[in-house]
Design a protein around this ligand. Structure first.
Ligand code: C2E
Ligand code: MG
Ligand code: MG
Length: 678
């Protein structure tokens, strides 16, 4: 209503001047009447007044009258000046209004209560493309979006009744046919009775701002690369379905967690741009597939005469992880069928950068259960099942079950314990000797982690995998390397020999993936002050084969440092010696599974013989892992194996145990049997 006040402010002086004008008119009429009455009475025949000079003096009459007329004139001039001033103000105000409205970026319109347009500012032409004349021919509602018309009418009515305009957003059609979003405020102009006579509507084009806001909201809920819903939106959808399933117990759904197998390898070998292109194609194919899935599930449902319609929504959680929410299914079997079908579709090669790319995916499935209370748990369980699928050989699907849950809880506990153990320095290093078959003497050791817990010593099988998956391994192995190097330095001075004793350390996939691995190792070796040639980095065949490109680079860097390189667990990774040929490797460690069978299985001993022969041809040394019996050691010596590591010689032990062993084998004549005796 404050605009009404402004309006009153403008009209009040005018009213005052007008009132004074009426006074003047009244005064003039009164003076005229008095004058007329005086003249009439004075000129009336038989009038005695003129004879009675005491009673009336004509001069006085005229003088009094002249004074009145003078006063009247002065007041008329004053009044005229006031009127002129007010008129000038009004003209100026009008000019100001014109300048403001003609130049304002906002569109200003004046309409009367019947909805007729009285004025449209030129901004209409700039913003919406309509000239003032074009607008004049149409009703104000005509360009407004049909869905918004009612709201606009209601707001105008409300402003008219209450005298207060509210902010309103609505869509208006541009002359080119597109819709613009306007923000408007209607201000009522009251007439003299205080009733709304007109509405001044100020419209602002907020289309761009709205789009920017929408983009921000979209980006918060959708993945930038694939434009699929992201984790937040997916979890929200699962939350809704979860509530629904709690209300209707017959309503079943499942969450599928899809992770591409070996996507990292692809990314590294073809580059990140190609990786992104592949992800976009996968997203498209999954989207197309779940449309198919929808029908697949529906046909299943039709057979079951279920009244529930199925639906599937896809999301990308990040990296190569996708999730699908499968609604309205009959049982877990439906979800498995859908997962298998997705795997089939993903198996069809993709065309990336004119190259045919074949990919597989591991899928974990979490089926709804009343025990679930939040969506995160469902996605977490689907992820746990996916990891199980990976561990079982990839390219398969796994349904989450309670056993997995127990395992997951255990893993979580181990993870927490591992972090604590790291802080409280509970990790120990044990050393297992590596013995030369030629001299029977210890030539070096393999450093192996042990976890000293109150209940006993834990072997790597119980924690290395989790440490690896959680990344704890990085800190763990840095500590191990430092301690093993310090120990080796002490043994070098206590047990000097030529060549000096060596120390083998194991490198895991996570460590191997670090681009600065060689630099890290180099720093530790320099700090401890140990010759890098005494250090042997053991890298499993599987790691090498999974990262051929990285391997070449990391190997060269390690070699440049002076560190030796061994291929660990050789024979388990389906690689061939020829593939190792180009790599700067020094030693092959034949896996324990071969060594354990060489005495009993002639084929195995033949394989070992060939491996040793080919390795020697390539200039590599061979270590046999896990020799437990004298026969195995004897056979390995016959097969011309260079080094042996196994329980037959010694189990891994702490530094004191190993030191005692070194005393007896290095300072005396080497290992007592069977090398020396046979
Ligand atoms: P690996 O590198 O192949 O280590 C050899 C494993 O074989 C050791 O098991 C060793 O105790 C065992 N072994 C040696 N000789 C015999 C034998 O005659 N018979 C039998 N049955 N086993 C034998 P461990 O210490 O349990 O380590 C298992 C694996 O854990 C290692 O395999 C290595 O891959 C990993 N690992 C151990 N410690 C570390 C560590 O500190 N860092 C990393 N990254 N990995 C480690
Ligand atoms: Mg090893
Ligand atoms: Mg090994």
């Amino acid at each position: 209503m404050n605009n009404g006040k402004k309006e009153q402010k403008g009209t009040r002086p005018m009213r005052r001047v007008e009132a004074r004008e009426w006074w003047l008119w009244g005064f003039a009429v009164t003076v005229t009447l008095v004058l007329t009455a005086g003249i009439v009475s004075l000129t009336y025949p038989g009038n005695h007044l003129l004879q009675n000079s005491e009673w009336l003096d004509l001069k006085e009459w005229v003088r009094g009258l002249a004074c009145l007329v003078l006063l009247f004139d002065i007041y008329t001039v004053y009044q005229q000046l006031q009127i002129q001033r007010i008129r000038r103000e009004l003209i100026q105000r009008n000019q100001l209004f014109e300048v403001i409205t003609e130049n304002a970026a906002d569109m200003i319109a004046v309409v009367d209560c019947a909805g007729n347009r009285l004025y449209n500012s030129p901004a209409y032409q700039k913003v919406l493309g309509y000239s003032s004349e074009e607008l004049q021919l149409t009703s104000p509602l005509e360009q407004i979006h049909p869905e918004d018309q009612q709201r606009v009418l209601e707001a105008a009515k409300k402003a008219e009744l209450t005298g207060r305009g509210e902010r309103l957003e609505y869509r208006m059609r541009h002359k080119d046919g597109t819709w613009r979003i306007l923000e408007s405020v209607a201000t009522p102009i009251p007439n003299e009775d205080g009733q709304t006579a007109k509405l001044v509507i100020v419209n602002r084009d907020i289309t761009e701002r709205k789009r920017a806001e929408e983009t921000i909201v979209h980006n918060a809920l959708y993945d930038a690369l694939t434009d699929l819903p992201n984790r937040a939106l997916f979890l929200d959808r699962v939350r809704h379905v979860l509530v629904l399933s709690h209300r209707h117990l017959s309503y079943k759904f499942a969450v599928l967690f899809i992770d591409l197998d070996d996507f990292k390898v692809f990314n590294e070998s073809l580059g990140h741009a190609a990786g992104d292109a592949l992800l976009v194609q996968i997203a498209r194919r999954l989207t197309a597939s779940i449309r198919g899935v929808d029908t697949v599930s529906r046909s299943v449902l039709t057979q079951a005469a279920s009244p529930v319609a199925s639906e599937a929504s896809l999301a990308r959680l990040g990296g190569d992880e996708f999730t699908i929410l499968l609604e309205g299914i009959r049982d877990c079997g439906d979800a498995v069928r859908v997962a298998e079908r997705l795997q089939e579709r993903l198996a069809i090669p993709f065309d990336v950068n004119e190259q045919q790319v074949v990919t597989t995916a591991s899928i974990g499935i979490a089926f709804c259960a009343t025990s679930y209370t939040n969506s995160e748990d469902l996605v977490r369980d689907a992820e746990i099942a996916m990891y199980r699928a990976k561990r079982e050989g990839k390219a398969r699907c796994q349904v989450f079950d309670n056993a997995m849950h127990t395992l997951a809880v255990k893993r979580l506990r181990v993870e927490t314990d591992l972090r604590r153990a790291l802080e409280q320095e509970e990790f120990r290093v044990h050393y297992q000797p590596i013995v030369s078959l030629q001299s029977g003497k210890i030539v070096g050791f393999e450093a192996l982690s042990r976890w000293q817990r109150p209940e006993g010593l834990l072997l790597p099988a119980d924690f290395i995998q989790i440490a690896e998956e959680t990344g704890i391994i990085l800190a763990m192995n840095r500590l191990l390397l430092r301690e093993a190097c310090l120990q080796l330095r002490a043994w070098h001075s206590k047990f000097p020999c030529d060549p000096p004793l060596t120390m083998s350390v194991n490198i895991t996939p996570k460590e191997f993936a670090q681009t600065d691995l060689a630099a890290q190792i180099g720093t530790i070796l320099a700090e401890v002050g140990i010759d890098p040639r005494s250090i042997d980095a053991e890298i499993t065949e599987t790691i090498v084969m999974a990262n051929p490109q990285t391997s070449n680079l990391v190997f060269s860097e390690l070699k440049a440092l002076g560190v030796h390189i061994s291929i660990d667990d050789f024979g388990t990774g389906y690689s061939s010696l020829s593939r190792l040929q180009g790599l700067p490797v020094d030693t092959l460690k034949i896996d324990r599974t071969f060594i354990s069978k060489i005495e009993t299985d002639s084929d195995t001993s033949e394989i070992v013989r060939i491996i040793i022969m080919l390795a020697h041809n390539l200039g590599l040394k061979v270590v046999a892992e896990g020799a437990e019996t004298a026969e195995q050691v004897h056979l390995l010596k016959e097969l011309d194996c260079d080094l042996v590591q196994g329980y037959f010689f010694a189990r891994p032990g702490d530094h004191a145990a190993v030191e005692a062993l070194l005393m007896s084998t290095l300072t005396v004549e080497g290992w007592p049997s069977p090398i020396a005796t046979r």
